[in-house]
Design a protein around this ligand. Structure first.
Ligand SMILES: [Zn+2]
Length: 400
């Protein structure tokens, strides 16, 4: 039976707190050298060294040789045998699932196409089956799974794990999404908006590393933004922060699934984005448009550039409100590079005063289409107490 080990005296609790700081830093970044750990925790090199030694002895972390800036260094990662976490990202048309160890290393992943207007019950069934499959594929056991991060293309109320706005993702309203998957796999599930997960991943490992304030924008089948403010993902009331897909850009436009008119998503989301191409190009998909844009097709370039400018007007307003250091752009359209990013950046420059003070730079995602999935893994790791498993027999765990 595993329990906490409260040791007497403030010295012991200080030591416990320092150990927790080291474990949390390794958990967040996946692997750090001892010098980087000292920087990340604010502890002295000697304290870090002593704590790492203790944690290695307890089997909580592993140390291996690496090279940093041309010098040999020792990389500290969480011990692989601590367990596994899974990331699941539900998109409008795809389901992405990955299995990772506690050092963020992805062991297996798979993408499945989903039908349009897929429903929560069948999609969550597929996600559960896929996780079981991936666990088997890496030769592990389902009870090694410690937690699951789940991304959804809709605002998610962090308190309930449910989608907090009706109509945004049809077939998923009023479903206790996290609980349903939790029951299927007997494992804790932490649900969040997909763009928030992209923001988390980019700010931890990607194009926003080391930045305290950034906006992450994902433009794929739909449009969403995730905000990192003062170094943390900002979810807002009911998880609705950054829901830019439902900002009105055309007062005389089409009625959106959310019930409003002329939302950004009714202009640059699919199928609206592709519609002007149909008469001349026949049936094309978003991936076709990205590919043809990168092959310099003028019609596709036109569509993508217009979308960049339209998204830019909304991002300009958001950036004026928040004053980010950087705007990171991910999703399918970001793969067209400057064709999409240029007009977006231009709108930000022309429509705000931010640029007069230097302004945020606009860069493509460093993690590409996997940003949300890596964010789901990061969320699962951040939310799971790795060393307090009820079935653990390891009495010398890192303790928290
Ligand atoms: Zn809407």
């Amino acid at each position: 039976m595993k329990g906490r080990h409260p040791m007497a005296g403030s010295q012991s609790s200080l030591r416990e707190a320092n150990r927790a700081r080291v474990v949390d830093a390794v958990k967040k970044h996946g692997g750090l050298t001892q010098v980087e750990l000292a920087g990340a925790t604010g502890l002295s090199a000697a304290t870090v060294s002593a704590i790492v030694k203790e944690l290695v002895a307890a089997g909580a972390v592993e140390v291996r040789n690496t090279v940093r800036s041309g010098r040999r260094a020792q990389l500290v990662t969480l011990a692989h045998r601590v367990g596994l976490v899974a990331g699941v990202v539900v998109g409008y048309r795809h389901l992405r699932v990955a299995l990772a160890d506690v050092s963020h290393e992805v062991l297996a992943e798979q993408v499945l196409p989903l039908p349009t207007d897929h429903r929560s019950d069948t999609s969550l069934d597929r996600a559960a089956l896929l996780i079981v499959d991936l666990v088997e594929r890496v030769g592990a056991d389902l009870d090694e799974l410690l937690g699951i991060g789940l991304g959804l293309p809709a605002p998610v109320d962090p308190a309930t794990g449910m989608i907090s706005v009706r109509g945004v993702l049809r077939g998923w309203d009023s479903v206790q999404v996290a609980q349903v998957l939790e029951k299927r796999l007997a494992c804790p599930v932490f649900a969040d908006n997909d763009a928030n997960l992209g923001a988390l991943a980019e700010s931890t490992f990607g194009a926003g590393r080391e930045l305290r304030d950034l906006i992450y924008v994902n433009v794929s089948q739909g449009v969403g933004a995730g905000l990192v403010l003062n170094g943390r993902v900002h979810r807002g009331a009911d998880g609705t922060a950054g829901e830019i897909g439902h900002v009105q850009v055309d007062p005389a436009g089409r009625i959106c699934g959310c019930g409003s008119r002329g939302c950004l998503e009714t202009v640059v989301g699919c199928p609206a984005l592709l519609e002007p191409l149909y008469p001349s190009y026949g049936h094309v998909t978003l991936r076709d448009v990205v590919r043809m844009t990168n092959q310099d097709d003028p019609g596709c370039r036109e569509i993508v550039a217009d979308a960049g400018a339209t998204v830019g007007t909304v991002v300009a307003a958001l950036a004026t409100g928040l004053g980010p250091q950087r705007v990171v752009v991910g999703g399918d359209l970001a793969e067209t590079g400057e064709t999409f990013l240029g007009p977006l950046r231009d709108a930000l420059r022309r429509r705000t005063v931010l640029s007069q003070a230097g302004g945020p730079d606009v860069v493509p995602s460093a993690l590409g289409l996997r940003a949300e999935l890596l964010g789901a893994i990061a969320l699962a790791l951040a939310s799971t107490d790795l060393f307090e498993r009820p079935d653990s027999t390891d009495d010398e765990g890192a303790g928290r």
